[in-house]
Write a protein that binds this ligand. Structure first.
Ligand code: GLN
Length: 290
């Protein structure tokens, strides 16, 4: 039987990706990246790509593929190369001014959404970055009123665009949680944050994709004070959580106990540490009773 001749073009692009990306990616990952780039250049879905692979690429399409591939060979994450990332079934524009949304953050969002479903909660996301947490919560909880803050103006531009693209109402403002205070009458039922939590000393374990391209501002904390942001946000929460309100944090897997103790010492109750799908301590929630 004669196979779809188009698959030949796809295979040859995959072969080129797997050869040129061999020092950075496994064979399987490189082939996956080839398919992602082909879908982008041909503006088609994965199944369309499989069913109707093109018999050849135009010169313009070839040069776009070359351009994407050369950025990937530099170690740039594919989400920055394409300017977008999927998160909880939504699409987010991303650039090196914001972290690429991670699967573990999706788990945190799912935890909050399942606890708040059907409730008219007010939510604050501290350090929103791309807006992935705030926008997804606004999408999943249509009754919620969602606010989000970030220290970076560039991140806020991206987050605002993502709220608009996903047709979600989120109110954004610039805010430095280490320095600024919120209006005295601001009250929230949920305060959530995925703050910087990677210690500077952990840099050497990180992939070039992350270290060379993602914003250090969103990632790193000093080794001497890894809970810096949790302490500030917990203090903010003591002032601005409604009675019975909750904080939700994404955490460094090394600091589950320390974050738990910090919250207990500040008087929070029902402190829970949860593991992510990889079995690592990754999320903490706690309640504040006045
Ligand atoms: N989970 C991210 C990483 O491993 C870090 C996110 C953060 O610092 N908040 O790179």
């Amino acid at each position: 039987m004669v196979k779809n001749r188009g698959t030949f073009v796809m295979r040859s692009i995959e072969d080129m990706f797997s050869k040129r990306l061999s020092s950075l990616y496994t064979e399987k990952e490189a082939r996956e990246l080839a398919r992602i780039c082909l879908q982008e250049v041909l503006s088609c879905s994965f199944s369309q790509l499989l069913m109707q692979s093109p018999l050849s690429l135009s010169d313009e399409q070839k040069s776009r593929i070359d351009n994407l591939l050369s950025r990937l060979t530099e170690g740039e994450p594919w989400q920055y190369v394409l300017g977008k990332a999927d998160f909880c079934g939504l699409q987010f524009a991303v650039s090196p001014s914001v972290l690429i949304p991670r699967p573990e953050t999706a788990e945190l969002v799912e935890w909050i959404a399942s606890d708040c479903v059907g409730k008219k909660v007010s939510v604050l996301d501290v350090g929103t970055g791309s807006g992935c947490i705030a926008v997804t919560l606004a999408h999943l909880l249509p009754l919620a009123r969602v606010s989000a803050v970030d220290v970076s103006d560039e991140a806020l531009v991206m987050a605002e665009r993502n709220a608009a693209d996903n047709k979600c109402a989120v109110s954004f403002s610039v805010f430095d949680v280490l320095k600024d205070s919120l209006p005295i009458d601001a009250v929230f039922d949920v305060i959530v944050s995925n703050p910087p939590y990677v210690c500077n000393s952990e840099r050497s374990d990180m992939h070039i994709n992350v270290l060379g391209f993602e914003p250090s501002l969103a990632l790193f904390v000093p080794d001497e004070d890894p809970l810096l942001f949790y302490r500030s946000i917990a203090h903010l929460a003591l002032l601005h959580l409604a009675d019975g309100g909750r904080v939700f944090f994404e955490i460094n897997e090394r600091f589950g106990c320390q974050v738990q103790n910090l919250l207990l010492d500040l008087g929070f109750c029902e402190v829970q540490v949860r593991k992510d799908l990889e079995g690592k301590d990754r999320m903490v929630a706690a309640r504040f009773n006045a």
